[in-house]
Write a protein that binds this ligand. Structure first.
Ligand SMILES: Cc1cc2nc3c(=O)[nH]c(=O)nc-3n(C[C@H](O)[C@H](O)[C@H](O)COP(=O)(O)OP(=O)(O)OC[C@H]3O[C@@H](n4cnc5c(N)ncnc54)[C@H](O)[C@@H]3O)c2cc1C
Length: 393
């Protein structure tokens, strides 16, 4: 055998695996068809890589088997990654909601992954399209333009389908199916919503306006910012619920963020009895959003708040705390931050991420049916699943 482990995919999970396995004494080689490693790490978090979340817990991950991620997540926690950052003198800060970002550029994380790979004696081959993969006696053979490589372990870390422009492929899914795995249908997650017709024109007219909301799809609710765009709705609140949304369903938006809309409107009436409802509401919501809601009839024409009955204000509050919209769809793979679904976890060991169908074959990172919320959870899954696989003897 030429190596102890062959890793396909030099992204977050693949490089992290290689560093750990190398330090455990394994001869590891990482192959990637891209010219540069870990491009998604580079662009992540607006260039500062939101590399983990201190609130990591299994319930912040979506999977057909919600318990699957528990084992790996408990064995490699955010604090373990912070310890590693310290040894590389990388500093960070919490932005919001437990999201940790680099103080500097994301390149620091990529350099750390490459340094760890080198420290473990691992090899990285970029611009290397992977040819045939086959099971051979005692392991795996992978053909490359520079010849065949063999190892007892083959680790697939080629990620999901989001952002094909950056080299995403369905490689992991095709290989998994070839070796007897089933897939949970991959769909775009953490992705902006698109709208058609009047909604699209309305939202485009205030593109760039943002507001804090509580957004709900199905039973999942998130309190974060919503952003109007030329195509529809984006911002963290929308990205989060997009992972739970089913096509054709409405989404519900609470423009009062769950904080007693009726009482707030009545307080406005008491403070500004001579103002119109719309102009008074500019104290609560961005002016351009108020104008749009008024034009759409969601805020009724009440020229003097003094004349508004409490019943009328209750009605306005009820409508705006349950503003129902029906997205036409999402922006899809072009802009999705992650892939929901993927390799069915029933075919994998939760301890080592090893295939139950093909010994020595491991799947880690985003290609597995484990998808985190927005906010550093997906990298934490990449680190934790890679760590779990690297512990397998
Ligand atoms: C714009 C954007 C911003 C994001 N920001 C964050 C963030 O701040 N925090 C967070 O937690 N998550 C973020 N994510 C999600 C995160 O980037 C991914 O979940 C994570 O990179 C998955 O790691 P991975 O190693 O499984 O896959 P990837 O990092 O996607 O790596 C896969 C690698 O496999 C290679 N590859 C693919 N197909 C083949 C093939 N056929 N042959 C050879 N090589 C192949 C690719 O070139 C790539 O290098 C973001 C994603 C995007 C798109």
């Amino acid at each position: 055998m030429t190596h102890d482990a062959i890793v396909i995919g030099a992204g977050a999970a693949g490089l992290f695996y290689a560093g750990i396995a190398g330090r455990r004494g394994m001869r590891v080689i990482v192959l990637d068809h891209a010219k540069k490693p870990a491009e998604k790490v580079r662009i992540s978090g607006g260039g500062r890589c939101n590399f983990t979340n201190i609130h990591t817990a299994p319930d912040r991950f979506i999977s057909n088997n919600p318990h699957f991620a528990r084992s790996a997540l408990s064995r490699y926690a955010p604090n373990d990654f912070l310890d590693l950052l310290r040894t590389h003198h990388i500093t960070w800060h919490e932005k919001t909601l437990g999201q940790l970002f680099c103080d500097g550029r994301s390149d620091a994380i990529i350099q750390m992954l490459l340094d760890e790979l080198a420290a473990g004696g691992g090899e990285l081959r970029l611009s290397t399209p992977v040819g045939e993969v086959r099971a051979v006696d005692g392991g795996w053979e992978v053909s490359t333009p520079d010849g065949a490589l063999t190892a007892p372990k083959l680790v697939i870390a080629t990620g999901g389908l989001s952002i094909p422009k950056m080299g995403a492929t369905g490689f992991a899914y095709e290989l998994a199916e070839r070796f007897g795995h089933t897939l949970v249908e991959p769909t775009a997650g953490l992705v902006p919503f698109t709208f058609e017709g009047a909604d699209k024109a309305d939202f485009a007219s205030i593109s760039g306006v943002a507001a804090p909301v509580v957004a709900q799809a199905g039973r999942s609710r998130f309190e974060e910012a919503m952003l109007f765009t030329h195509r529809g709705l984006s911002g963290p609140a929308m990205l989060q619920i997009s992972s739970y949304w089913k096509p054709g369903e409405p989404i519900a938006i609470d423009l009062f963020t769950g904080t007693g809309g009726a009482d707030r409107l009545k307080a406005l009436k008491a403070e500004h009895p001579m103002k119109s409802l719309a102009s008074a509401m500019e104290a609560l919501l961005p002016r351009r959003l108020v104008e749009l809601l008024r034009a759409r009839g969601d805020i009724p024409d009440i020229p003097r708040l003094a004349d508004a009955s409490h019943k009328a204000l209750d009605g306005v509050a009820a409508a705006l705390s349950d503003w129902r919209l029906r997205p036409a769809g999402t922006e899809g793979w072009r802009t999705a931050e992650v892939t929901l679904g993927g390799i069915d976890t029933r075919g994998l060991s939760q301890k080592t991420m090893e295939s139950r169908h093909a010994p020595g074959l491991h799947f880690i990172g985003e290609c597995v049916d484990v998808t985190g919320w927005l906010g550093g959870y997906n990298f934490q899954w990449a680190w934790a699943s890679a760590f779990a696989a690297a512990q397998a003897d």
